[in-house]
Design a protein around this ligand. Structure first.
Ligand code: ZN
Ligand code: FE
Length: 253
């Protein structure tokens, strides 16, 4: 199992330190800022060989330069279309590429919608979804449209094993789930998930990760073909229309 350490950054971001269990090779996903990531690496005694950026937004790449300064020769991986706006990028990846970390292969899924260059990195048992799939929600559509984002979320939901642990870019879970509970007041599983998330946060613990299986059950953005979700947003048409209405509601919530 890929070893993943959460590193809280900025107000509600997570960077992740990945270690391949067989070789100890180490990578950092989305260093939002240098200092907490460098401290986490020091505490682990880990020296990263690469940075994996899910997209170009500042709160996901803000620590790239500090890591490059600390670890000369560091590889910096991001989507080909983000070349030029991801600081220090050394490698341009495209959909279907594989990035190797010791004995762990990470598959690149190009998942445009939040941004056009958004990618998810997925091993056999963990996926780093950035601001595309959040626990209980999804990212805002900065550069894409609903059809594009819906297709990207479906791609994640249907490509990855249900047991995959989802590591997303922000700690938004409790608020996301409160929105879902307001949307579907009769959904007991969602109410229980709200209580779980609120308890974890009250204890100062992260809600991340959760399994893709749980997300498919709870996250309404992955249930746009669910009649309960369609009824809740008052759209009885295709899943993309349900997704668009749902995203709009969330924006205004
Ligand atoms: Zn973002
Ligand atoms: Fe973000």
């Amino acid at each position: 199992m890929l070893d993943v350490t959460l590193v809280p950054c900025l107000s509600d971001n997570y960077a992740y330190v990945l270690r391949d269990p067989t070789t100890g090779f180490c990578a950092v996903v989305d260093p939002s800022e240098g200092e907490p990531v460098l401290a986490a690496l020091a505490a682990l005694g880990a020296r990263p060989t690469m940075v994996l950026n899910t997209h170009h937004h500042y709160d996901h790449v803000g620590g790239n330069e500090a890591l490059i300064a600390a670890f000369p020769g560091l590889r910096v991986v991001a989507h080909a279309s983000d070349q030029g706006r991801v600081p220090g990028q050394t490698e341009a990846v495209n959909d279907g590429d594989r990035v190797t970390l010791g004995g762990t292969a990470l598959r690149v899924l190009h998942v445009p919608g939040h941004t056009l260059g958004a990618v998810t990195y997925a091993s056999d048992d963990a996926a780093f979804t950035g601001d595309t799939l959040f626990l209980g929600g999804c990212g805002r559509l900065f550069d894409g449209d609903p059809a594009m984002m819906y297709a990207s979320l479906q791609r994640i939901a249907e490509t990855l094993d249900p047991a995959t642990r989802i590591f997303c870019g922000h700690e938004y879970t409790a608020n996301n789930l409160r929105f879902v509970a307001a949307l579907e007041p009769a959904n007991d599983a969602v109410r229980a998930a709200v209580a779980d998330a609120e308890r974890l946060r009250a204890e100062g613990r992260p809600t991340v990760p959760k399994s893709l299986r749980d997300e498919r059950r709870l996250n309404p953005f992955l249930r746009c073909d669910d009649p309960a979700v369609a009824a809740a947003v008052g759209v009885a048409r295709d899943p993309v229309a349900v997704f668009a209405a749902l995203r709009e509601r969330r924006n205004n919530w």
